[in-house]
Design a protein around this ligand. Structure first.
Ligand SMILES: [Zn+2]
Length: 193
């Protein structure tokens, strides 16, 4: 079982490198890597495991955060209405995005960044993704085009950035970290309304 110690941190140069496409069908070692990433995310929702196994909870992980420069992402998150989103992505590509942007009012966090970074990250509110998608529910893997919006689009783009060597604070306006562009609006969760 992976622990927080297994996740490489921001000073590791691998986080600045580009990840490479994965060959399909998925090799056993790549599947095991994806499943281990998912196991970590799942443990983050289990209070006993977070304490016992030294887990810092997160909603997404990219393979590079475990030191593997492979285009693999795992996401286990709930959208603004409490809907579950629980998939693995192999060789994902963002094929289009909205002009309208969105941001998390409390800013973004990252399992590879072990500190608070003040500032807002504005990202397209809606994206379309083409990817081989692994469904953690039934273990199926198929190429799909998904439309994501709001929180899920933010989470996906954060992980996708990792595949390109980008960290979330690269996208914070250095001179005015809390600036809100005209086309940007906050992500609001249902229970907060
Ligand atoms: Zn991250």
């Amino acid at each position: 079982m992976l622990t927080y110690q297994d996740i490489i941190k921001e000073d590791d140069p691998r986080l600045r490198q580009k990840s490479l496409p994965v060959t399909l069908p998925l090799a056993e070692e790549d599947l095991q890597l994806l499943l281990a990433m998912n196991e970590y995310l799942e443990a983050g929702y289990d209070e006993e495991k977070t304490e016992a196994c030294g887990i810092r909870p997160g909603v997404g992980l990219s393979a590079v955060q475990l030191g593997h420069l492979k285009k693999i992402i795992a996401i286990f998150a709930y959208d603004e209405k409490g809907g579950i989103f629980h998939y693995g992505f192999i060789n994902p590509k963002i094929i289009s995005h909205s002009v309208e942007t969105a941001y998390l009012p409390s800013g973004e966090g990252c399992l590879s960044v072990d500190r608070e970074v003040p500032g807002l990250v504005h990202r397209p509110r809606r994206i379309k993704v083409r990817s081989h998608v692994y469904d953690f529910k039934d273990g199926s893997l198929s190429e799909r085009v998904l439309a994501l919006e709001g929180f899920l689009a933010i989470v996906f783009q954060h992980e996708y950035d990792h595949l390109n060597g980008i960290l979330f604070f690269d996208r914070i306006d250095q001179t005015n970290p809390f600036h809100i562009p005209e086309n940007s609006s906050p992500i609001v969760f249902k229970q907060e309304e």
